[in-house]
Write a protein that binds this ligand. Structure first.
Ligand code: ACO
Length: 321
């Protein structure tokens, strides 16, 4: 028994902020941003929220998988940027879908969140606890972005991606996941809800702060290690892998991971040029794009790998259904 992805969906806001627009806010330019990150634009919420984007991506995933909301037993939303704390975002999705039979909870693991949501749903399906799961990554990082900090505001974007998983016959691949709370200060953001004084909203600590070089070094070392380990653990050769779908943080990180794994860049699809870093939504949005344009084919083995604040990182192997 395993969990098989049978439908995907995504939602990205229609408002597109390109690098030239960012250059009107902070001292930067299109060439610098593209060269250092690969990002050309990002989609930014106007009327949308983390909840509304999660709901839309979920509806699209259910429609794509031809799964009725009544069949869904489990909804997991991965987010660090919801517009609500209570009820959880997953319960709001349940309400919108009318998925009355679902157990719902949110998961917070930043840019590793979608991989962890996949692993969690897989464990429930593998164990026979549930038959149908909906996993969603939804982020409004623009709300956590300090638009006066050029070292971070160039990186992030908003959006949501979702996948429906069904229990079925097949092999279950064991994931590799790690956390290192001791290195947490590399990427931080304090909770607005701890604010006693709303004037302090201007304090940088209430926005994403990052030691960019530390995060970069962490990612290019730990992601290839996790990918190699997940292959070895499951006795899968890298030649069997069609795609490595990494969290979309930075083109240079993806290129460095490909180089360290000695694998061709063609196996590392990217859409960060259009969306920036959408944290836990990034892998799900890319999976949806690749399913829709038919790059994903039945039987392909895919590695997904996430990394980010915590620090957290991990990799899983998906056999496409
Ligand atoms: N435009 C122009 N110049 C800039 C900008 C900018 N937007 N940002 C920084 N600079 C300047 C700096 O001030 C510095 O100038 P100085 O040499 O005069 O001091 C110079 O550019 C170099 O700065 P670095 O920080 O060394 O630039 P670097 O090459 O490291 O690139 C970056 C910065 C893009 C943030 C890089 O470190 C990076 O990508 N790190 C990983 C970040 C990441 O991916 N985080 C997310 C992963 S986890 C998650 O998704 C939450």
């Amino acid at each position: 028994m395993t969990g098989i992805i049978c439908g995907t969906g995504s939602y990205t806001p229609s408002y597109v902020m390109d690098n030239n627009e960012i250059a009107t806010m902070v001292e930067t330019n299109d060439e610098w941003i593209k060269e250092r990150t690969g990002v050309a634009a990002r989609h930014i919420i106007k009327d949308e929220t983390t909840v509304s984007m999660a709901c839309e991506a979920a509806k699209r995933a259910l429609a794509d998988g031809r799964v009725d909301a009544g069949e869904v037993d489990l909804i997991i939303v991965s987010t660090i940027s919801s517009n609500i704390i209570l009820p959880c975002t997953a319960c709001e999705v349940q309400k919108e879908l009318g998925a009355k039979g679902a157990t719902c909870f949110d998961l917070s693991a930043a840019c590793s969140g979608f991989v962890l949501a996949y692993n969690t749903a897989l464990a429930y399906l593998f164990g026979g606890v549930y038959k149908t799961a909906l996993i969603i990554g939804s982020e409004s990082l623009s709300n956590l972005t300090n638009w006066e900090d050029r070292s971070t505001c160039i990186l992030f974007g908003d959006g949501a991606g979702a996948a429906v998983m069904k229990a079925g016959e097949g092999r279950t691949y064991l994931p590799v996941t790690y956390s290192d709370g001791m290195k947490g200060k590399a990427l931080t953001c304090s909770s607005r809800h701890a604010l006693a004084d709303t004037c302090r909203m201007k304090d940088p600590e209430y926005y994403i702060q990052m030691d960019g070089q530390a995060v970069f070094k962490f990612a290019v070392k730990k992601v290839p290690e996790a990918v190699s380990e997940v292959l070895e653990k499951n006795h899968v050769e890298k030649e069997e892998i069609t795609w490595y779908i990494l969290h979309q943080a930075n083109r240079r990180i993806v290129e460095a991971v490909a180089k360290r794994l000695d694998e061709p860049m063609e196996k590392f699809p990217m859409n960060l040029q259009e969306y920036g870093n959408t944290s836990s939504a990034s892998i799900a949005i890319l999976l949806d794009e690749m399913k829709k344009d038919k790059r994903l084919k039945s039987g392909q083995k895919i590695v997904i790998a996430g990394f980010g604040a915590g620090l957290t990182w991990g990799a899983s192997i998906i056999e496409w259904g």
